[in-house]
Design a protein around this ligand. Structure first.
Ligand code: 5GP
Ligand code: MG
Length: 181
């Protein structure tokens, strides 16, 4: 059953599952036999991460990070990245796993902050890319779906902490966040 706050399902659980499998294959072709560190950017990336790492064939370490803006967030790069798992990234091939890229500012900041850990390489996989809203250039090596300029929730994405558990990605009804019916 679709949650009543959802205007429309953008991608079903089945469609996401299929695409995650394809992404894992694309990723496998790039890394070959090399061990990778899959870095989950909490909290939004967590469902995508859990599905993706189970499809990756090679040797994979799991790491978790929390990104936070420490200024007003208006300049790309004004971010700190706290590694929560204590995984050593030095010399490692790091794959950032993100839910969505929108303006690109968060990802630019995360990639910049990760340099401090001296990884061998950094690549990014995002489930959703809101391409039309990009404000800064950022490399995204693997993309699940290009999405329209709508507010999406589900499969890790929230609105005020809700809807992350939905097994699909849906467009949230405007009445939910515009506060009127
Ligand atoms: P960016 O820095 O690329 O503009 O923004 C990335 C962040 O904005 C995401 O990690 C997410 O928290 C938030 N965001 C952007 N678009 C959406 C959306 O459609 N739905 C939700 N729930 N969050 C979004
Ligand atoms: Mg995110």
């Amino acid at each position: 059953m679709v949650h009543p706050d959802i205007e429309k399902v953008f991608r079903t659980a089945g469609e996401i599952h299929e695409r995650v499998g394809e992404l894992a294959e694309e990723i496998g072709l790039i890394y070959g036999d090399r061990e990778i560190v899959a870095l989950c950017v909490l909290t939004g990336g967590v469902l995508f991460f859990a599905d993706l790492v189970r499809c990756l064939g090679g040797t994979v370490r799991l790491a978790f990070a929390k990104a936070a803006s420490y200024h007003d967030g208006t300049r790309p790069g004004d971010l700190t990245v706290d590694l929560l798992s204590g995984e050593d990234l030095a010399g490692k091939d790091v794959l950032i796993v993100e839910d969505i890229v929108d303006t690109g500012r968060s990802l630019v900041g995360i990639r910049r902050a990760l340099r401090a850990f001296s990884p061998r390489s950094v690549r990014t996989v995002v489930l959703l890319d809101k391409k039309a809203r990009r404000e800064v250039d950022v490399d995204v090596e693997f993309t699940g779906f290009t999405v329209p300029d709508e507010f999406l929730v589900g499969f890790g994405l929230d609105h005020a902490g809700r809807y992350r558990n939905l097994p699909y990605v849906g467009i949230l009804r405007r009445t939910v966040y515009e506060g009127c019916d």
